[in-house]
Ligand binder design. Sequence first.
Ligand code: ADP
Ligand code: MG
Length: 252
Amino acid sequence: MISLENVFKRYSDDVAIGPISLEIPRGGVTALVGPNGAGKSTVLTMIGRLQEPDAGTIRVGGHDVARTPSKTIAKVLSILRQENHFVTRLTVRQLVGFGRYPHSRGRLTVEDEQHIDRAIEFLDLAELQDRFLDQLSGGQRQRAYVAMVLAQDTDYVLLDEPLNNLDMQHSVQMMKQLRRAADELGRTIVIVLHDINYAAHYADRIVAMNDGRLTETGPPEEIVRGEVLSRIFHTPVEVVDGPQGRPVCVYF
Ligand code: ADP
Ligand code: MG
């Protein structure tokens, strides 16, 4: 389980995130949604230890992230940030190999190579694995970064807008793969999603933020309703019945 207890972060006199208290149970896919600037990335990076809160406690799988050595946390939790993806003269396979660092400490074993193969396969990158990152499209590069995170093979996986730059085919493919990682491998996936329809369709629970605060938490049946979504996103959203009675959000 991931738990946040009165977590608070102040950026400036008028921008603060929290206090937030939240429990995300083990397993399944949790979508973090909300408008730009709501505080989603701040929350995710604090859980992922890339940023320290000013106050409060965050626990992941029982570890207090502020008090647990990085080496231990890196085997429990992996995170893909929204930005700052470095583009250097690395091949896709080398990048994915970095995901194994917490396990291999730089010396890849046969088992590490198998994890790399699996992650490359998972993200449909086999044909691109020897290409350099600067020879890829934005979406291909995005998939390579997600593969690196999955190769880390942690129980908890945090992804900040991983569908950015992806075309329809690869967005759907990635969500299906993440669903499988949760269902078949028991991973706990927390994912920031821009498009509410992906959250509605693939998430087990939705956590909504607004203005630095948590405003709603619940299963899609509760959150994916016109009046709730219109409130969260500050724009009219209509929910209609799609194929197989599944809800589709219309906001164009
Ligand atoms: P989201 O991911 O939901 O778009 P963020 O967590 O990135 O939101 O940002 C939340 C708020 O905090 C925004 O108002 C943003 O401008 C501000 N913010 C984010 N990072 C910083 C920073 N490093 N310094 C100052 N303000 C920041
Ligand atoms: Mg963000």
